[in-house]
Ligand binder design. Sequence first.
Ligand SMILES: [Zn+2]
Ligand SMILES: [Zn+2]
Length: 146
Amino acid sequence: MTTKATGKQGKGAEERLQELGYRLTPQRSMVLSAIEGSPDHISTEEIYEQVKAKYPNVNISTVYRTLELLRELGMVTQTDLGEGRVRYHPAERGHHHHLICSRCGRIFELDESLLYPLKEALLREYGFMADLRHLAIFGRCRDCQG
Ligand SMILES: [Zn+2]
Ligand SMILES: [Zn+2]
């Protein structure tokens, strides 16, 4: 396999996909731009709605397959925020964690560095290399503890 040097900085996900030898179908391109264009986490259903608006014939299983591929390639992260469905981020925006109140449903964002000590302890004590990139931690918020 050869690697083409494009000499371009800040390559987009689309180019990376093609470099890895995947065909950039219109559907894949739409799924990618839906995730990258979303200011917040986006669900499979929301991605599907966006793709369908442009390609009415698209099947939701195509969207699922594309998301699976992007996840395997490490281009998106997914988290279950306790709604019974997962939500997606572009990988580079996944550097945070969430505290989710299981009573009122409020979601607070945490900086990823807060869990560095845990990551180090897991490696030291268990030799386990944890992928702590985008976690959801469930519990009770301050208002809901009374
Ligand atoms: Zn998140
Ligand atoms: Zn609460």
